[in-house]
Design a protein around this ligand. Sequence first.
Ligand SMILES: [Zn+2]
Length: 91
Amino acid sequence: MNPASPELTSRERQVLVLTAHGLERKEIHLALRIAEGTVKTHSKRMRDKLNARNSADAVRQGYVRRILGPCGPQCEGCRYWATESRRLHGT
Ligand SMILES: [Zn+2]
């Protein structure tokens, strides 16, 4: 495994992307339609692989290791907040 970019599973990567967008566990569970306990497991494995102390450190490591980058049009985190924004503001 390349220490600069540890292999994350696609789920672990999704959890990292959503964490980088400020989503909490219960929101990630709704966004990905997986159980909260499963989110917890993916999140812990992801943090362990990145040697991250906490979620903020995981996001930092994600950018430093280039697992995270600028959002594209298909970004799940941006889409989550676009939907939430419409719901909260009614537009
Ligand atoms: Zn985004």
